[in-house]
Design a binder for this molecule. Structure first.
Ligand code: SF4
Length: 868
């Protein structure tokens, strides 16, 4: 039996290696690759369950024009013609591409070359703009090049890890496990700086729940303390760093302990503890992600972190670095090729000599000479009519961009919209004039770069679905039809990789660290067999940076005034990810196991706010911002700060009429990076009263309508739909149940509606609705969908078996399907006092390990009382 095809995970920027072994038609066994340096065999819950997401369900299988199937030839000809017409009539800046960190580097390279080299505009931007553009801008300001000066090994070697604005336990779980392993082995100290008490805080030595947006004050305070304590590395500064004359004055303003504690709203004693830990542990890694980047001051916040490391010489040494960890699997590859509108190609900007150099290399007479539109501005230009033709590749901006209502308006108004995607029906593709089927993960060949600059192969282990094609092929075919045959004559991803490597080395002469000259002559077989490698080596270990004078720059940044609550919008909305979901759920939403961790979008509210507003756990709550409103289930939690709300980013029109957070977030952006400030949107929340609540379990997804609240989640052999609404619930059975004769047991006087449908001896659907919201547990009815024999109708109508079974509760361990209630019972009954003991008793937490922080929380919550 073969070990499987070596590839990398489809999801986050950790870039875990995977062994995928097909075990049937569109079924594969997925394991962590023990030889991949990023994960050494580990996978999180999302990676572990990739095998559940590779079926044909929901796939776009054929090119479509105006909703009708067509041939590739007709679709490509139409795209080429409409783009050429717009360019001829309105100029190159009248067209745009919006692309994705899901693309492979080879896809990205060809799209960037077509837009910037041949169309002659830089109007290509990527959804990575939403997650790490501030880190890019900060790196450019400090280092002269977008280089992440860290590797995962640094986390193994650090004595102190500062996690800033990063819920690594949920968003980068394998990195989190690596930090935990280092902590267990060598006692690495861990400090989490985050307004929310996330699961990442469970094992931290210190959690500073700072006021959102006060990161610059905190970092400047730490820097000022470091200077006073003699921790500044003067020799390194003299040799390798430019220090502006006003740097220390500006960063030292209001940076005494008491002022910082006040600005950040943390206890001075906690701040002092951070300072002491920093002083005691020169090997410090500061790992940061969206909490730093997704801010209106994101670039300044990034530079505040980098300043601290440069000033204390904690960079370019083992276990010491500022570390921006990326969200998407190939955000870094996009940065390398120039997938951001603000860079040209291969880490070159739009300086005239770079434009001339890239033009020579591509033999392109019409290279873009200035940056293009950044994501939010790009869609504003679409809405304002300046963009006449738009191509969206592998992303869903109608759900994921801030102020998604504006994006939808823009897509509606745009004269010509092309969407290339592997999914047939997304919130964005509903506006497409042309849909082009793209090959999906597991079907395509190429490379990706992870957060530590490591380039790995993604490899195909499945045939392409239907008529789908790799993205690079689709873009190259359009380029050829637009008249640039020779420039886009690629036969394979390997051809493109070699050209990409050649461009990185072309007239480079050490100016840019990004240089793949060792891979220029890679043959096809060697490309197929390529093992993971890191470009840039031990970046900056020699104290030489990519600026003209080879010195890094300290950037004087000051804490901006923090906004005060507004009368109409007294609270602040923060957004982020759930552990088991990815972006807009087009893939993770197909996995029954992943769906049960958080089956509905929740808005988290501090208990004091909830009391004041009159909301209790489980209520529906309407969350409103100046951009729009959406409805969530309320979760009351003191993990939130008072006045702040948290909502997930994942839900879209396809799965829910609830929780569509993209409709709410502010489109304001950081002035340097153009990254939206997703973490702080003025908001308010109120209780939403509906006349009835209910749920449906069904083999087929029912058609719900806009006059009710409905959230779909995939379960084993079917769907679970949570429902709420007003009016007569009696009509629901007709609308939601499959055709046939349901067995029902209605009780209008008590406002109860119950209906079941059994087909061929198996449960096809069961509906439960109650005016008072009293409903049976979902678990047992969901389990009956997978049963070969339906239980008696009386039990199905009751929603429980005659002999009661214990409830499982929300899923904690997705690998072994262990719910919170099952786990709590085990903890109490068996007096389990550690995560390891829970694993031995009920297996939970012994596979991917993503749930280990949650198990720790449960032990603390219910174990203490029972064991004490
Ligand atoms: S941490 Fe999880 S989601 Fe990220 S690459 Fe690894 S397996 Fe995939």
């Amino acid at each position: 039996m073969t070990a499987g095809v070596r590839t990398t995970c489809a999801y986050c920027g950790v870039g875990c290696g995977i062994l995928a072994r097909p075990t049937g038609e569109r079924v594969a066994e997925i394991k962590g690759d023990p030889d991949h340096p990023a994960n050494r065999g580990r996978l999180c819950s999302k990676g572990t369950h990739l095998g559940e997401t590779i079926g044909l369900e929901g796939r776009l299988l054929h090119p479509m024009i105006g909703g009708r199937r067509t041939s590739w030839d007709k679709a490509l000809a139409l795209v080429a013609r409409r783009f050429a017409e717009a360019i001829a009539t309105h100029g190159p800046d009248s067209v745009a591409f919006y692309v994705s960190g899901q693309l492979l580097t080879e896809d990205y390279y060809v799209a960037n070359k077509l837009m910037k080299g041949f169309i002659g505009s830089a109007n290509i931007d990527t959804n990575s703009r939403l997650c790490m553009a501030s880190a890019v801008a900060g790196h450019l300001r400090a280092f002269g090049e977008d280089v992440v000066p860290a590797r995962y090994d640094d986390l193994d070697q650090a004595d102190l890890v500062l996690l800033v604005g990063s819920n690594t336990a949920w968003c980068h779980p394998v990195v989190h496990q690596r930090i935990m392993a280092a902590r267990a082995e060598r006692g690495t100290k861990l400090v989490v700086i985050d307004p929310r008490r996330t699961e990442t805080c469970e094992e931290a030595d210190l959690h500073l729940a700072i006021r959102p947006g006060s990161d610059v004050a905190l970092m400047n305070g730490l820097l000022t303390f470091a200077r006073e304590a003699g921790l500044v590395d003067e020799a390194f500064l003299a040799r390798s760093v430019s220090v502006p004359g006003d740097f220390w004055d500006r960063t030292g303003k209001e940076s005494d302990l008491w002022s910082v504690a006040r600005t950040c709203d943390v206890a001075p004693a906690d701040l002092r503890r951070l300072y002491d830990l920093f002083a005691a542990h020169p090997r410090t890694v500061t790992l940061f992600s969206q909490g730093i980047n997704q801010s209106l001051r994101g670039t300044d916040q990034v530079n505040a972190v980098i300043n601290l490391h440069l000033a204390t010489g904690r960079i370019g040494k083992p276990g010491a670095a500022p570390f921006s960890i990326t969200g998407q699997p190939n955000a870094m590859g996009g940065r390398e090729v120039g997938g951001l509108a603000t860079s040209l190609a291969a880490h070159m900007d739009f300086a005239p000599e770079n434009v001339a150099r890239v033009g020579r290399f591509w033999a392109a007479p019409n290279v873009a000479t200035k940056p293009g539109l950044k994501a939010v501005d790009l869609f504003r230009s679409v809405r304002d009519g300046r963009i006449k033709a738009l191509w969206v590749m592998a992303t869903n901006p109608a759900a994921s961009l801030p102020d998604a209502g504006m994006v939808r308006e823009a897509l509606e108004l745009c004269p010509f919209v092309v969407v290339s995607d592997c999914i047939a029906d997304t919130d964005t593709s509903r506006y497409a004039d042309v849909k082009l089927p793209a090959a999906a993960w597991g079907e395509k060949e190429g490379t990706v770069t992870n957060s530590e600059r490591m380039v790995s192969r993604q490899r195909a282990f499945l045939p392409p679905a239907g008529e789908s094609r790799p993205d690079w092929w689709i873009v190259a075919e359009v380029g050829r039809r637009m008249g640039w045959k020779a420039a886009f004559a690629y036969d394979s991803a390997a051809d493109i990789f070699r050209e990409h490597a050649r461009l990185s080395a072309y007239q480079n002469e050490g100016r840019r660290l990004f240089d793949l000259r060792d891979r220029v002559a890679l043959g096809n077989h060697a490309y197929d067999a390529l093992t993971p490698f890191r470009w840039g080596g031990d970046a900056f270990a020699d104290g030489v940076f990519s600026t003209d004078d080879k010195k890094a720059r300290l950037v004087p940044v000051e804490q901006a005034p923090l906004p005060v609550p507004l009368a109409n919008w007294p609270m602040t909305l923060n957004t982020g990810r759930y552990r088991d979901q990815w972006h807009t759920m087009t893939r993770t939403g197909l996995s029954p196991r992943l769906g049960r961790h958080r089956p509905e979008p929740l808005v988290e509210i501090h208990p004091d706010d909830a009391r004041r507003i009159g909301i209790v756990e489980g209520d529906l709550a309407r969350l409103s911002t100046p951009q729009g409103s959406s409805v969530y289930r309320a979760a009351i939690s003191d993990r939130q700060r008072r006045g702040e709300l948290f909502a997930p980013i994942h839900w879209t029109d396809r799965q829910s009429s609830l929780g569509r957070t993209g409709l709410l977030t502010s489109p304001s952006t950081d002035p340097h990076s153009g990254q939206p400030g997703f973490k702080r949107t003025p908001a308010r929340v109120e209780r939403l009263v509906t006349e009835w609540r209910g749920f449906l379990v069904a083999r087929e997804p029912p058609a719900t309508t806009d006059d009710m609240h409905a959230t779909h989640v995939r379960v084993n052999q079917g769907w679970l739909v949570e429902l709420a609404g007003d009016g007569d619930p009696g009509r629901l059975a007709r609308r939601l149940m499959p055709r046939g004769d349901p067995i029902d047991a209605n009780d209008p006087a008590r406002g109860r509606l119950r209906a079941v449908m059994v087909s061929n001896g198996r449960l096809a659907a069961a509906l439960q609705v109650a005016r008072d919201g009293t409903l049976p547990s979902r678990d047992w009815l969901v389990a009956q969908l997978a049963s070969e024999t339906a239980p008696p109708a009386v039990e199905l109508l009751a929603g429980r078996p005659a002999a009661p079974v214990p409830e499982r509760g929300a899923i904690v361990c997705a690998c072994f399907d262990v719910g919170a209630r099952t786990m709590a019972r085990a903890i109490v009954e068996h007096r389990l006092e550690s995560v390891e003991a829970v694993g031995q008793a009920i297996l939970a937490g012994t596979n991917c390990g993503s749930c280990r922080p949650a198990i720790r929380t449960l032990i603390a919550e219910c174990g203490g009382a029972a064991l004490g």
